[in-house]
Design a protein around this ligand. Sequence first.
Ligand SMILES: Cc1cc2nc3c(=O)[nH]c(=O)nc-3n(C[C@H](O)[C@H](O)[C@H](O)COP(=O)(O)OP(=O)(O)OC[C@H]3O[C@@H](n4cnc5c(N)ncnc54)[C@H](O)[C@@H]3O)c2cc1C
Length: 204
Amino acid sequence: MFGYGLYGENVGNYIRKPMCECTGEEIMTELLYHLNMLDIRDELLAHTYVSTCMMPYITSQFMPRKVTDRPKNVPDGCTNIAFLSQYVEVPDDVVFTVEMSVRTGMEGVYKLTGLEKDVPEVYPSRYDIRYTIERMKKFAGLPIYDKISLDDLPNIDPKEIGNLKQTIVNLVNAIPPYYHMYLGRDQTVPLKTSALHPQAPQSK
Ligand SMILES: Cc1cc2nc3c(=O)[nH]c(=O)nc-3n(C[C@H](O)[C@H](O)[C@H](O)COP(=O)(O)OP(=O)(O)OC[C@H]3O[C@@H](n4cnc5c(N)ncnc54)[C@H](O)[C@@H]3O)c2cc1C
């Protein structure tokens, strides 16, 4: 398990010390307190190894920022310089990922050399109902590109919900599946039913 404490200077609720002064055992104990699982503390600590590490620069990646605080991947007008990795402003992208480092590297090379290739687009999972529905189906063990039916819903007392079930089915089925991402060199993608983006494979 990898855990990360954003406010390492705050005193714990159970271990009355800041996280940055705690041993691994104390951090685990504080975590178990918050999970209401202190009863298994001794048993758990007996076979757990905790490695602690201070990574103060990581928080800097998550700090609030204005769009002008970080350079663009290729600043306007530049023909021979590009900025790479986590401190570049990329619309909608998320820091702290290998993906962002790779994307900015690719985009820098493609733009400066004039290569007519698409970089992998940013996965727009946030607030996208199509993505949410896809995940919901996946977690329910359903095929993500098929319509759902009443049988796929959990059993609920019909007296309580009336026509609500059909309403839910209609709502879910009204949303198209998410289009294929990372099209790569597969030029047949537009022929596939799952590729709904109108501009695929040139979509951005
Ligand atoms: C604990 C942890 C967990 C993570 N988990 C995930 C995860 O699950 N999924 C995910 O996508 N991302 C994760 N990340 C983030 C991801 O690892 C980084 O965003 C990514 O590795 C950054 O890659 P990079 O090549 O841009 O930079 P780096 O990998 O930091 O490479 C920069 C390189 O430049 C070198 N360097 C620095 N200064 C100089 C200099 N003056 N001269 C020469 N070389 C120099 C450094 O030594 C380093 O090798 C995690 C990061 C951490 C720390």
